[in-house]
Write a protein of this length. Structure first.
Length: 121
């Protein structure tokens, strides 16, 4: 025979369980967001230009340990290139690489310097 639990006690247990489930779901959502933020941070640290897009496109692959390698392999154009031994010319104060029109003007004014800096990588 089953042990009978009084209705009021049963209702109290159900309420406690529902409350605990809601707490766990909220904690799970917070941990997922924290994990996503850590992945975005890792991608940005690796030179990703659009970390959110990469994470979205990787889908389930983003859950794996080696997601950074997969991201670089699948989306190489979305990562800054490392240029060893070549110092990129910058636009000045903000230290950003030159845009197309600025590079074009540099090529017209100083072609040797342009070729040295922007040689094929």
């Amino acid at each position: 025979m089953e042990k009978m639990i009084p209705e009021t006690e049963e209702a109290g247990l159900v309420q406690e369980l529902v409350k605990r489930v809601e707490e766990l779901e909220a904690e799970n959502a917070a941990l997922k967001e924290e994990r996503r933020a850590a992945k975005v941070s890792a991608l940005l640290k690796e030179g990703a230009l659009d970390a959110e897009y990469i994470l979205e496109k990787l889908g389930k692959d983003a859950e794996k340990k080696d997601f950074l390698e997969k991201a670089k392999e699948r989306f190489p154009a979305l990562f800054r290139r490392e240029v060893k031994g070549v110092r990129l010319l910058t636009g000045g104060k903000n230290d950003q690489p030159l845009g197309f029109s600025q590079r074009q003007a540099l090529f017209q004014a100083r072609p040797e310097e342009y070729r040295r800096v922007y040689k094929k990588r």
